[in-house]
Design a protein around this ligand. Structure first.
Ligand code: UPG
Length: 615
């Protein structure tokens, strides 16, 4: 009776649709009129919420799910009729002349750049309870991913303002229920890390209902019979959100020409992004994906050119779980294996996409930002009738390529040195170890940090600096190279050209095991030796010239964690603790002005004692 009443009420149409779509089970234990009215209202408003946050509503969701689940059960191959080939793209050696030329072109185009960070994932694979954007990129500098990303955008903005005075590069961050509040809090607690509050927009994606079986019956939450179980719909939601929020339109009105997408934990993303933007501008690409060499079976998508029997052809990402079966079924009977270079012939998609704003807007007008969905149920047995746990429809942002018309100009930019472009933080320690045993990179919190030092040391070596050899360490069971801990703010140097203009490589000597942190914008390093630890902090308007400084102290130590000793979660996932003791030199300049360091050439030794030079 009480259900009959509802059918006549405010939510009647929706409930009627659900009953027609064979979703009676949601209301099986519907209490009689007058009982548990609050909970009933809660379920109805929850259903309404899910209905209004999916294009076409729950009716479309269930219909799409039924179709995709039937195809999955029948084992249908979404690449049926396609043959993969290794595609042609722009391949750049980091720090080569071609790289620098594109980087320069990217800086020239930067005044038209807008940024989109997808950060709705909670990172369950990492075993970390916080949001990933709050994790420190490296322990030497100690700044979190969100800060480093925003500083990188501000650094590019400074460069872009030389072309277009006063320009502001906007950033949209896609969050989810899992990450939204904590992302907003992180921003407000740190005054938006120096960005204008209006420069940053948060867009929250909604979750979608879980599916119990091949009949697309919606799953009730086992802990609350008046809610449905929901899960994230995937990073592909970002396109419809940019469209429906009107942000893309607003950006276009402001003169945005390129939208640059990136993910939550790649501390190296902005090393290659300006050059990739330059490639996009030079080739007038509608879509450009940044890529790196990929180890066979590594959990990153492979970029492939797919040609259909009927002549259609496209260059797209084939997700890692689909690449091997596709290759085996077609032209590569051995599947996804490394070739003589030690890498898979298919470049690895790192999901940093640069999309041309004009054609993007047209495309979103046409599609509403809808991206091809897929479903990936884990079946209980070979009959493929039962699931191990409820599944849901998903979509991926890189599948934007699938929606593009044949005339679209799609390309990709491979950075030939993985160390210069990609080291995400995705896997918990045990899984990271298993990945390495299987020949893949660990993509752990340990390597995410150590790769920053590696990239910085290798880059400075290319500038002619003398950098001590790495130490061989074991952290969380991973054998790793610990290079000298060099880390700088992107506001000091974002591009290679900036770094070259600020550091005279032949004058820089960093000993094995040393640390150098540059937390300052206008520093010119002519002659500096660090044996131990040195941190330089300065007011944004302080101009420092370091010429003839030699620092020697016992430095900072990256110590493996001892079992059974308490450690912060951030340390535990890395497998080490940084012991700074009292040693380490701090140079601090809190006031604007010009400073020569040292005032007179001198040798500063400060073991067991922290010396603060405060101007
Ligand atoms: N994310 C969301 N919403 C979601 C799911 C994820 O915003 O519903 C974000 C997440 O926070 C992260 C990004 O999307 O920033 C990627 O998520 P993640 O789980 O790290 O992606 P993977 O499954 O590892 O794979 C993606 C691409 C793959 C690419 C790889 C590179 O699908 O093609 O090779 O990232 O890191």
């Amino acid at each position: 009776d009480s259900l009959q009443q509802i059918l006549k009420g405010e939510h009647g149409e929706l409930v009627g649709d659900l009953l027609e779509l064979d979703q009676h089970h949601i209301f099986d234990d519907w209490p009689a009129a007058g009982q548990q009215e609050n909970q009933k209202a809660q379920l109805l408003s929850h259903l309404q919420h899910l209905d209004s946050n999916y294009n076409g509503g729950l009716k479309a969701y269930i219909t799409n799910a039924k179709k995709l689940l039937q195809e999955a059960q029948a084992g249908e191959n979404s690449f049926e009729g396609f043959t993969p080939e290794v595609p042609e793209g722009e391949k750049l050696d980091y720090a080569s002349q071609a790289f620098e030329d594109y980087e320069q072109k990217g800086v020239e185009a930067a005044h038209g750049a807008a940024f989109v960070l997808v950060a709705g994932g909670l990172g369950e694979r990492l075993g970390y309870s916080g949001i990933k954007l709050a994790l420190p990129v490296d322990s030497a500098r100690g700044t979190c991913f969100l800060q480093v990303y925003i500083e990188s955008i501000l650094a590019l903005q400074h460069l872009a303002q030389k072309q277009k005075p006063g320009c502001v590069l906007p950033l949209a961050i896609m969050t989810s229920d899992d990450t939204h509040q904590r992302t907003a809090d992180l921003l407000s607690e740190h005054a938006h890390f120096g960005a204008e509050p209006s420069q940053i927009t948060l867009l929250k994606q909604e979750k979608v209902a879980c599916l119990l079986d091949n009949g697309a019956h919606l799953a009730l939450d086992p802990s609350d019979p008046f809610r449905l179980l929901t899960k994230p719909h995937g990073h592909g939601d970002v396109h419809s959100l940019l469209h429906s929020s009107g942000i893309l339109q607003r950006w276009q009105d402001q003169g945005v020409s390129h939208v640059c997408f990136f993910q939550d934990t790649n501390g190296l993303v902005f090393r290659a992004l300006p050059a990739a933007l330059g490639v996009s501008a030079a080739h007038d690409f509608d879509l450009n994906s940044l890529a790196v060499p990929r180890k066979a079976k590594e959990a990153i998508g492979g970029i492939a050119r797919l040609t259909h029997k009927d002549g259609r052809s496209m260059t797209i990402n084939v997700e890692y779980n689909q690449l091997d079966p596709l290759l085996r079924a077609t032209t590569y009977p051995d599947g996804d294996v490394n070739d003589s270079t030690g890498f898979s012939p298919f470049p690895g998609n790192i999901n940093q996409l640069i999309i041309k704003a004009d054609s993007y807007a047209q495309q979103l007008q046409r599609t509403g930002g809808l991206i091809a969905e897929f479903v990936n149920p884990k079946y209980a047995d070979s009959s493929r009738k039962k699931f191990k746990s409820p599944t849901r429809l998903e979509c991926m942002m890189q599948d934007y390529a699938k929606e593009l018309p044949a005339k679209a100009r799609t390309g990709f930019t491979v950075i030939n040195q993985v160390w210069a472009a990609y080291s995400p933080v995705k896997n918990a320690p045990e899984d990271a170890k298993a990945k390495v045993a299987a020949g893949s990179p660990s993509h752990s919190a340990t390597t995410g940090e150590l790769d920053i030092y590696h990239a910085n040391c290798r880059t400075l070596q290319r500038l002619g600096a003398q950098i001590g050899d790495p130490d061989q360490c074991v952290f969380n069971g991973l054998k790793v190279d610990l290079w000298p801990r060099i880390s700088w703010s992107p506001l000091f140097a974002l591009t290679l050209a900036q770094l070259k203009s600020k550091v005279a490589g032949e004058g820089l000597v960093i000993s094995k095991g040393a640390s150098l942190v540059i937390e300052a914008e206008d520093v010119c390093i002519r002659n500096l030796r660090v044996d131990g630890a040195l941190r330089i902090r300065a007011h944004p308007k302080a101009q420092l010239t370091i010429n003839g400084l030699s620092v020697s102290n016992s430095g900072w130590n990256w110590r493996p964690l001892s079992l059974n000793k308490p450690a912060a979660e951030e340390e535990w996932i890395r497998g080490f603790k940084v012991c700074r003791g009292k040693a380490g030199e701090e140079l601090t300049y809190n006031e604007p002005g010009k400073y020569l360091v040292p005032k007179k050439s001198s040798h500063v030794s400060s073991d067991e004692q922290k010396v603060a030079v405060t101007a």
